[in-house]
Design a protein around this ligand. Structure first.
Ligand SMILES: *Cc1c(COP(=O)(O)O)cnc(C)c1O
Length: 385
C-alpha cells in the first residue's frame, strides 16, 4: 500500500501519513496511549523517547494534515488556541501583527489580553477590502494573521492579493482555515506561509474532540514549531489525534453535504418574508460572491441571518427542535447560536456593531442531516414570529 505522488484530495485525506501498523498489519494507525518508550540500550531507540516529544498516532495525523493542506509539516496541539499560541511564539517583543478585524473571539482575546503583556502590538484591518492590509503594515510588522470566511458574517479576504501584499514587505502570512476546511480552501496554494486550524470543527467533524493544528511551509518555521511544540508542551493527546485522523478520512464527503445543505438553507432563508439579511458566500447577493467562487470549492457550512430584533432571534433560537442551541461548529449535527451573547460576548458592543454582529443575528452551523428536515425545522421556528 503506497500513496501515489500525485494522489488527489480524497485519496490523500484517507491515506496520507498512514501505513499499516508495522507490528501487526492493523490498517488503522493505533492509539499509542503511552507516555514513554523502552530503549534497547543506552542511546539506542526507535526514534521515540517520550510522549510529549513524539507519538506515532499524533505523527500520523500531523503528516496527514500537512498533506491535505499542501504544506510541508504539521504540528498538533491541545486546542486551536494552543496552535495559534504556538505560532505567535515566532514573534519577539516589539513586533507588530496585522490581523483581520473580525477574528475568532478567542484569538482576539489571546492577542489583546495575553500577548500585549509580552509587548506584541496588533492592528486590526478589514482585510476583505483591497488595500486595507497594505495600509496597516509598518516597519516592525512581522506577521499577517488572516481569517476567511470570517465568523459570523462570512466576509472573504482575497488570499492571493493579501499574501502578495504581505510578502512585498517580507511579512509572513498565517491563515486560520478552520471555517472553510482544506476541502473548501487551501491557503498555501494562494501563498500563505502557515495555516492554523481548530481541529475541533470540520477536521474532526463529530463534536467529540478538542484540538488544534499548524501546517507550515518554511524551514525556519518548521524548526521552531517542532522545538516549541515540545518546549511548551501543549500537545494533542493520542486519543484525540486518532479521532481527528478518523475525521479527515470522510472530510470530502462531509464537506460536500455541508456545502449543499447550507446552499439550500441559505436560499430558503433569503426568500423567507420574516428574515432580513442572509450572510452566505454562495448567495449572489453576498458582496464577495465572485471572489468566493474563485477562492473556494463550495461555500462552506456556516450561515448567519438577521431575524429583525433580539426578541425575534430568541424566538427562533428557542423554537428550533432538531437543531441544537450550542457554541462550536463543523460537526455532523446542525447547531444554532447567538453570536452577540455567545461566541462574541467578549467583543465590546461598539466593535460588535461595527462588524455587523447585531443582536438579531443568528448563526447556523449546517450539519449533514437530510436538508428537508432542517428546512422544516427552520420553517416552524420562523412561523413563531
Ligand atoms: C473554534 C475556533 C478556534 C479555536 O479553537 P479551539 O479548538 O476552540 O481552541 C480558532 N479559530 C476559529 C475560526 C474557530 O472557529
Amino acid at each position: 500500500m503506497r500513496l501515489p505522488e500525485n494522489a488527489r484530495f480524497s485519496t490523500r485525506c484517507i491515506h496520507a501519513g498512514q501505513v499499516p501498523d508495522p507490528s501487526t498489519g492493523a490498517i488503522i494507525t493505533p492509539i499509542y496511549q503511552t507516555s514513554t518508550y523502552v530503549q534497547e540500550a543506552l542511546g539506542v531507540h526507535k526514534g521515540y523517547e517520550y510522549g510529549r516529544t513524539q507519538n506515532p498516532t499524533r505523527a500520523a495525523l500531523e503528516a496527514n494534515l500537512a498533506a491535505i493542506e499542501n504544506g510541508r509539516a504539521g504540528f498538533c496541539f491541545a486546542s486551536g488556541m494552543a496552535a495559534t499560541g504556538a505560532v505567535m511564539t515566532l514573534l519577539e517583543a516589539g513586533d507588530h501583527v496585522v490581523a483581520t478585524d473580525n477574528l475568532y473571539g478567542g484569538t482576539y482575546r489571546l492577542f489583546e489580553r495575553v500577548l500585549r503583556k509580552y509587548r506584541l502590538d496588533f492592528t486590526y484591518a478589514d482585510t476583505s477590502q483591497p488595500g486595507e492590509l497594505a495600509r496597516a503594515i509598518r516597519p516592525n510588522t512581522r506577521l499577517v494573521f488572516l481569517e476567511t470566511p470570517t465568523n459570523p458574517v462570512l466576509r472573504i479576504t482575497d488570499l492571493r492579493e493579501a499574501c502578495a501584499a504581505a510578502h512585498e514587505h517580507g511579512v509572513a502570512v498565517v491563515v486560520d482555515n478552520t471555517f472553510a476546511s482544506p476541502c473548501v480552501q487551501r491557503p498555501i496554494d494562494f501563498g500563505a506561509d502557515l495555516v492554523v486550524h481548530s481541529t475541533t470543527k470540520f477536521l474532526n467533524g463529530h463534536s467529540d474532540s478538542v484540538g488544534g493544528a499548524v501546517v507550515a511551509t518554511r524551514d525556519e518555521h518548521i524548526d521552531w514549531l517542532r522545538f516549541v511544540q515540545n518546549a511548551e508542551g501543549a500537545i494533542l493527546g493520542p486519543m484525540d489525534a486518532w479521532l481527528v485522523l478518523r475525521g479527515t478520512k470522510t472530510l470530502p464527503i462531509r464537506m460536500e453535504r455541508h456545502n449543499a445543505n447550507a446552499m439550500v438553507l441559505a436560499g430558503f432563508l433569503a426568500s423567507h418574508p420574516k428574515v432580513e439579511t442572509v450572510h452566505y458566500p454562495g448567495l449572489p447577493s453576498h458582496p464577495q460572491h465572485e471572489l468566493a467562487r474563485r477562492q473556494m470549492r463550495g461555500f462552506g457550512g456556516l450561515i448567519a441571518f438577521r431575524a429583525g430584533s433580539f426578541e425575534r432571534a430568541r424566538t427562533v433560537l428557542n423554537g428550533v427542535r432538531l437543531m441544537a442551541l450550542a457554541e462550536s461548529l463543523g460537526g455532523v449535527e446542525t447547531l444554532v447560536s447567538h453570536p452577540a451573547t455567545m461566541t462574541h460576548a467578549s467583543v465590546p458592543e461598539a466593535e460588535r456593531r461595527r462588524l455587523g454582529i447585531t443582536d438579531d443575528l443568528v448563526r447556523i452551523s449546517v450539519g449533514i442531516e437530510d436538508v428537508e428536515d432542517l428546512q422544516e425545522d427552520l420553517a416552524q421556528a420562523l412561523d413563531r414570529l
